[in-house]
Design a protein around this ligand. Structure first.
Ligand SMILES: [Zn+2]
Length: 55
């Protein structure tokens, strides 16, 4: 068994992928190609929209 270094899921050796030097499961590998606007990190960054008044 291999362990996904992103989500910690245990997957068989055949289902492990490499992503930026990390061993990841298929799900995480697919997440890596998720459009930026759906990624939590980028949705945080998007909150710096100039139209949003700062509280
Ligand atoms: Zn994973």
């Amino acid at each position: 068994m291999e362990k996904c270094e992103k989500c910690g899921a245990e997957v068989s050796h055949d289902d492990i992928y490499e992503d930026n030097g990390l061993k990841v499961c298929e799900d995480c590998k697919l997440e890596g190609i998720t459009p930026p606007e759906l990624h939590p990190y980028f949705s945080r960054v998007k909150k710096t929209d100039p139209e949003t008044p700062k509280q």
